[in-house]
Structure formats: structure tokens, C-alpha cells
Design a protein around this ligand. Structure first.
Ligand code: CMP
Length: 144
């Protein structure tokens, strides 16, 4: 069975432009349960680790600098098929290619400053949720 949770980040650009509320409203309106939520600064070490699969990409340094340049909101979302459902709601990585009504189409500045992150697999959702949240910080509808 596909997983019921995914991990998300509201990135510094969207936080700076006061898009936290509108993005969370869209998430709720699309039937997700917010099971965990907090605002924090990513330090360079954590950002480099989080995006380590992109280490060899030309945009890696710029991405890490962007992601550590201001506070982010991180959280856990729950819904059936949460990873796929949230990726659909986010829209394509490049907001110019994102469908109408998606979060990135509405709130992203460009392909790097693309408003939100979402896990790309159930396996990575587990890793990313565990990286940011202890058990006592999670309020799941599905698990004890
Ligand atoms: P995210 O879903 O957080 O996963 C990796 C991030 O790298 C992506 O969103 C973008 O912020 C960034 N990214 C991906 N492709 C590019 C690109 N071609 N140029 C700049 N940034 C990119």
C-alpha cells in the first residue's frame, strides 16, 4: 500500500513573501492533515546533507545558499498516497511548467526559488520526517 505521509518545506522566498498562510490553507483545502509543523533556520551543514543527491549539480551551491538565507517552515502531511498527492498539488519543479492552481504556479519565483519542497518517495519521506521531527512532535491520524 502506498504511504500515508510526506514531508514538506515552505522555502525562504515563500516565507519572506508572507505565503505561509496561503500555502497551508491550500494544503488543508486539498484534504491533507498537518501532522507536524515548525519554523526554523537550516544551517549549511544540514542543507548540504538534505540536498546531497544534488551535490554535483551546477545549482547546488546557489540552492544551499538560498535554503539557508532565511527561515523555513517544515512539516509532515498525511493523506492516502500522500507523496504523489502532494507532488501533484506542488506542481512541476519549474513554476513555468507547473499546472494552473498548483502551489508552485501560484507562489514560486523561479526553478530554484520554487516555494516548496515535497518528498519524492515513501522511503525519502520516512528519512526526511525522521531528520526533522521526533516522535513527540508528531500528531498522526494514522499511527499511534
Ligand atoms: P526541491 O523539490 O526542493 O528539490 C531540489 C531543488 O533543487 C528543487 O526543489 C529546486 O529548488 C532546485 N532545482 C532543481 N532543478 C534546478 C535547476 N535546474 N536550477 C536551479 N535549481 C534547481
Amino acid at each position: 500500500m502506498a504511504g500515508t505521509k510526506t514531508f514538506f518545506i515552505i522555502k525562504p522566498g515563500a516565507v519572506r513573501h508572507e505565503h505561509i498562510g496561503p500555502i497551508l490553507a491550500k494544503i488543508n483545502a486539498n484534504g491533507f492533515h498537518i501532522a507536524a509543523l515548525k519554523m526554523l533556520m537550516l544551517d549549511r551543514h544540514h542543507a548540504e546533507h538534505f540536498y546531497s543527491v544534488h551535490r554535483e549539480k551546477p545549482f547546488f551551491e546557489s540552492l544551499v545558499t538560498f535554503m539557508t538565507g532565511g527561515p523555513v517552515v517544515v512539516g509532515i502531511l498525511e493523506k492516502e498516497n500522500a507523496v504523489a498527492a502532494y507532488r501533484k498539488l506542488m506542481g512541476a519543479t519549474d513554476p513555468a511548467k507547473a499546472a494552473e492552481g498548483t502551489i508552485r504556479r501560484l507562489f514560486a519565483e523561479n526553478i530554484e526559488r520554487n516555494a516548496v519542497h515535497g518528498s519524492d518517495s515513501d522511503e525519502n519521506a520516512d528519512i526526511e520526517c525522521d531528520f526533522f521531527f521526533s516522535k513527540s512532535e508528531r500528531f498522526s491520524k494514522f499511527e499511534d
